[in-house]
Design a protein around this ligand. Sequence first.
Ligand code: PLP
Length: 416
Amino acid sequence: MGQHGSDPWCPIGSVVGVTEPAITYLDHAASTPVRAEAVEAMLPYLSELYANPSGSHRFARRARQAVDEARDTVARVVGCHPNEVVFTGCGTESDNMAIVGAIARRGGIAVCPAVEHHAVLHVVEQLGDQGRVVGVDEFGRVDLEKLADTLDATPDVSIVSVMAVNNEVGTITDVAAVARVVRRHAPDALLHTDAVQSACWLDLRDITPHVDLLSLSAHKFGGPKGVGVLVERGGPKVDALIVGGGQERERRSGTHNTPGIVAAAVALDLTDGERDHENARLSVLRDQLVADLRHRLEGVTETVPAAHKVAGSAHVCVSGIESEALLFLLDEADVCASAASACASGAMEPSHVLAAMGVDRSTALGALRLTLGHTTTPADVERAVDVIGASVDRLRRGPRSTPAAPAPSAPIVSTS
Ligand code: PLP
C-alpha cells in the first residue's frame, strides 16, 4: 500500500498471489491486513493436512500438534499457561463467553464502563437488572471513583469487564489500577478485559496478571478473521457458551479451525516481536497525520491526546461536516477510514463512546477514525491528508459541490 497506480487492483506479491487494491488503508482497528507469514502457515491446513485435530489417528494428531503449538505460542505472548488458552470463533464470542458464562455460573451482576465495544456493552445492557454501566472521563477511561461506588453499592457483583484499549478513540486503560479497585471493592468478582485492540500496542504480559479473563481477536493483529482467544486464568472461571463435542477441554465445543488458529499464533508472535519498533514508527506517522490535517484544515480537534492512546490511533472531529458524507467521499477516493455515528430513524446519532466522554453532539457528528498499522507508510499518510483536505473543503462549500449522499437505509453500525 502507499502507492496509488492507475490500476486499483495490483498484486502485492504475497505467497499465494493474493491481489489487493492500491488503497490507502487507514482502518486497521476494523481489521488488519493478514500477514503473508500467517497465510503461508495456514495453507497446509487448508489443503493436505485437513484432518480433524480431535481425531485419534496419526493424521489427526499432526493437526492436533499444530493446534497445541499455536496454543503454546499464544500462552507465551499473553503470559499465561497453555491450559488457560481457549480458542473461540472471534473476539465477540470471547467477550460474550466471559460475561454470559460468568452470570450463568455465578448469578449476580455484571459491570462495565459505557465505552465498551458492543460485544461487551450490549451483553451487559441485555442483562437488565443484572447489568450496571459505569461512567467514564473525558478521555474515555473508566471513572475509578464511580466504579468503586458502584461496586460498594452492589453486593453481588460477579464480573467486571473493562477494555484495555478503546477501539474507537484508542484510549489506553490502566488495567492494573482498575484491578486494584475491583479487588478491594468486589473481592469475589471476576475481572475481564477486552484486549482485542491491544496486541499490536501493549505487551499483554503486563496486563494478564491483573485479570481473570482476557479476550483477543486474530484479525486485529495480522491474523485471519474468525479466530478468537479467551484466556481463563487459573482454570475454568465461567460456563461454556457453546456446548457439544467438548473440544477445548469442554470450554468451547466445535471443531477446531486449525488453519486459522495456526495463522493467528504466527501473526501474534510476529506482532509481539515487532511491537516496540512499530510503536515508535507509527506514533511518528500518527502525529504527522494529525499535525498535517490540522495544518491543512481549520476546525480539526484531536479527540484524545496522544499521551493517552495507542500509537495507531488518530481520532479527530472535523467541524462543519458530517462523518457519513466525508466517509462517502473518502471511499470514492479509495481512502479507507471509519466513524461510529449511527443513522437512527433517518437522523445521525453520535457514537456511544463520544457521548459517554461528554463530546457535544455536533462535534461528535464530525468524527473521523483513522487507524494505522503494520502496512502503513508515510505515503499513506500524505495521500490521506490530501484526500481528506479536499473532501472536507468540498463538503464545507455546500451541497452543490457534493455528490448525492448515500441512502440512509444502510446505517453505519458500531466501529469495530
Ligand atoms: N472488542 C473490541 C474492542 C473490538 O474492537 C472488536 C472488533 O470488532 C471486538 C471486540 C469484536 O471482535 P471480532 O471482530 O473478532 O468479533
